[in-house]
Design a protein around this ligand. Sequence first.
Ligand code: SAH
Ligand code: SF4
Ligand code: F3S
Length: 454
Amino acid sequence: MTVSTNSPRGSYWITTFGCQMNKADSERMAGILESMGYSQGHGEHSADLVLYNTCTIRDNAEQKVYSYLGRQAQRKRENPHLTLVVAGCVAQQEGESLLRRVPELDLVMGPQHANRLDVLLAQVEAGQQVVATEEHHILEDITTARRDSSVCGWVNVIYGCNERCTYCVVPSVRGQEQSRLPEAIKLEMEGLAAQGFKEITLLGQNIDAYGRDLPGITPEGRRSHTLTDLLHQVHDVEGIERIRFATSHPRYFTDRLIDACADLPKVCEHFHIPFQSGDDELLRAMARGYTVDRYRRIIERIRSRMPEASISADAIVAFPGESDAQYRRTLALIEEIGFDLVNTAAYSPRPNTPAATWPNQLTEAVKVERLQEINALVEQTAKARSARYAGRSVEVLAEGVNPKDSSQLMGRTRTNRLTFFPIAKADGSSHKAGDLVTVTIDQVRPFSLSGKLG
Ligand code: SAH
Ligand code: SF4
Ligand code: F3S
């Protein structure tokens, strides 16, 4: 339901923290604001409505939000017409107590309420201070998201997470798993294709859980809705050239899925599969539900079907009780697998999570030291993986102009390496965002590549 359309309401500004889920939510909320008559402003210090879409995965992410809010509260005291909104995971975690901390706020809304922003703002306009954090069935999105890219789009396929990793705040802030119906997902992809989008990333915190909350069993006794089935179902959307998905969980990653990725030409050869630790005892303490060996077998199977595949992951160092030997097993696994990229983090105790209450927490000094060492190794491994592109021709999907050099476009390989190349073709015309371009790589860096056309 849209409260009223196109009555001019002033400008808005959204600042987004956190993961792709939050970015996708922000794009939908921007779409709602525009359908209400708001227009995009020029910055958070001049807009009439400021929305922070927040992240609480680690303490530093949460603290960042409070420092931004302090400045906005000051602005609001000078300009009472300012509308101040906190959305996302800190909003869900803190709820009412955020209002006590920052009484200038107009609206505090959890991630499950993103598609209801118009209704909630109507309550604000009626003079209320609103907190929307109750468990909510996520409405099918009926507004058009305002997307940052015109080439690569996110499409949510499952919201929430039913896992209980002992360090992780996500289940308590994102709620129970809710899968969207395949028809709704396909419809959204067709709409994006019609607008000229070329690449779709299907999103879920634990995307392998897709469909387990939907009814249906096949004659062979399998669930009828799985990520593998979904990939087959959406693969024929005309105009979409590339399909990606994230984030994968080793516990549920199936051989069927690997086969589908190998067999379906649009599905890119890039897999983001967090392993978190290279030590079985720690994986147990984290309640991850797999062993290091199981992880190895997944990667072997991927590489046997798709030798060019790139593999990225997340890892945590200095989890409670992590010994030096256990930490070194994580380093060893990074070397052994040869990851294209690993997002690393030092363990941060989070509210309402079991590991935060354990007595065997490690010191800040150990966290800093391990993080620095692992990051150096990740860079070295990434560099070695980048080297394989030197002199090779790769397909790059142009996403836009390189902000640091306007004679270049930037885009990604199918394996998700950021790549820079010249805009100008030999005949004097230009490439543009959305083009699939063949680039011969002549410079390799750990996390990006550059090359010539052709
Ligand atoms: N659903 C995904 C990712 C969730 S959050 C998964 O299951 O892997 C993204 C990453 O943040 C995680 O993979 C983990 O590496 C990191 N992370 C989550 N909680 C953390 C914490 N308390 N401290 C440090 N890193 C954390
Ligand atoms: Fe967090 Fe684990 Fe769920 Fe990932 S699978 S979001 S790490 S609880
Ligand atoms: Fe952060 Fe929430 Fe995503 S805590 S990582 S924004 S699910």
